[in-house]
Design a protein around this ligand. Sequence first.
Ligand SMILES: CC(C)(COP(=O)(O)OP(=O)(O)OC[C@H]1O[C@@H](n2cnc3c(N)ncnc32)[C@H](O)[C@@H]1OP(=O)(O)O)[C@@H](O)C(=O)NCCC(=O)NCCS
Length: 147
Amino acid sequence: MAKEDMPKNISLKHDCSNVDWDCVSSILKSVHMTHFEGDVHKKAFENSSSVVFVYDDDKLIGFGRAISDCAYEAAIYDVAVVREYQGKGLGKMILNNILESIPQCNVILYASPGKEGFYEKMNFKKLKTGMARFKDADKMQTKGFTE
Ligand SMILES: CC(C)(COP(=O)(O)OP(=O)(O)OC[C@H]1O[C@@H](n2cnc3c(N)ncnc32)[C@H](O)[C@@H]1OP(=O)(O)O)[C@@H](O)C(=O)NCCC(=O)NCCS
């Protein structure tokens, strides 16, 4: 990523105050990630141990979150960057911010199919024994998350 690609007026927020949850939902939808009504995302982010929201001026352009026992285990979810802001280093910034908030933890996640390389660049390794029990198991299999 060329540093000059980074938008000039970027700011980071690490709490859930004044977040437009419908916007969170529509961003997730726009990048083909699982999305719910805004209130459901509000609950998920508010119950997370680490949250990161990225703004360009006052426009929400990306986010991510981790749930954790805050002792030794954590899992990362909902890492997303608005399409026109992708490829500028913002995803890496979100991930680094989350990881810095849980330095003592092992971290797991499941990448969207095709995004594994993004996490591999951040030193994530593929799990050999990862198992998941998804609510909609058929859909997740069709989308390529499970065998
Ligand atoms: C995946 C996503 C968060 C990456 O964010 P981004 O801002 O576009 O990525 P960055 O610009 O920070 O890229 C960081 C590095 O990862 C690389 N990278 C990004 N996406 C990649 C991919 N799909 N495969 C391989 N490498 C990738 C970049 O080339 C860059 O490499 P560099 O450091 O050598 O220059 C973003 O593309 C996105 O929101 N996608 C849609 C939602 C999604 O799938 N989220 C992941 C859910 S698991």
